[in-house]
Design a protein around this ligand. Sequence first.
Ligand code: PLP
Length: 379
Amino acid sequence: MEAEKLATQSVHSGYHIEDTYGAVSMPIVLSTTFERGDDGQFLEGRDIYARSSNPNRRALEHKLAAIEHGTEAIAFASGQAATMSIMHSLQSGDHVIIPDDIYYGTRVMLQTLYHRWGLELDSVDMTDLDVLESRIKSNTKLIWIETPSNPALKVTDIEAVVAIAKKRQILVVCDNTWATPYFTLPLNLGVDAVMHSTTKYFGGHSDITGGCIIVKDHKELAQKVRDFQVLGGAVPSSFDCWLLYRSLSTFPMRMKAHGENAHILAEYLHHHPQIEKVNYPGLKSNSYHEVASKQMLNGYGGMMSILVKGGAKETLQVASHLKLITHATSLGGVESLVDHRQSAEGAASLSPANLLRVSVGIEDVHDLIKDFEQALATL
Ligand code: PLP
């Protein structure tokens, strides 16, 4: 049978009504342990112990694999734990290349935890393929993509990076947290694995912390990640799996609204006299518009960043005068947020002083425009 469409997968994958209760919404199974057979053996199809597997996590992993066009998903207690599962699949002395614009926490993790562990690290402008190629070494084992990047929204040509990596058997993993499978399907473009902070768009309501890795026909990598999940134990609770499974039912509808609102708001801010620049790949004038149009589906995502005319003072003034939109970190929830990344990241931040990251929610876009209008008018 042809694969079901995204909206159908988002509602149905992973759970089938069972005879015991006939429950239409999947029951939450909190038990940490499961009964064995009379002979002491574990029963076929039954779980054994909740860290190894449990019904809610299994249903969630099925749904995550289906919507990302993968063959297996492995769920974690946070996006960072999911990233660690990939780094742990490497060995001391291996070389990793990351983009120069990347989620701050990924960079700091590599510079601290994995520096101590002996991973070599290079960061490059991954939108310049010649530079990327020139930085590959004989011990390069992983190229990590994040597109659009956090917070500058640089768009990396995934197929081009995969082509460079595959010639040398280098693993390619894509953090697809921002684009999500609604806007980009990296596994279809050849990457070995996709990583998500499910805390963001998949959770969608700013009330779950989680992460996942999704692979397509890559049993060896899937096994290493699964080992890290089960033996390392950074697993999501049954309740978090259930919440996330439920949130995913409305995922495509939410993403459509995020993308449409972001595009309209980006056009408005692009023409505002107090705004120096809008980083949004949907704008025709954006440096990454062409590559984004080639690889992104259904629009250009719900995230953008803006550079306010002035410095940190003026930028924080705008953030603090927004009334509907909250100044808080994180992204991907139904409510709009702005984040002054430099003050959130502290001394190690590479973010410009006048940058505000905007996670565009699903409110009425005219209300979002009005809110920016009055906050920018205070300058
Ligand atoms: N990747 C990206 C792009 C993120 O924005 C974040 C968090 O902000 C993470 C990874 C880390 O995820 P978590 O906070 O769920 O550990």
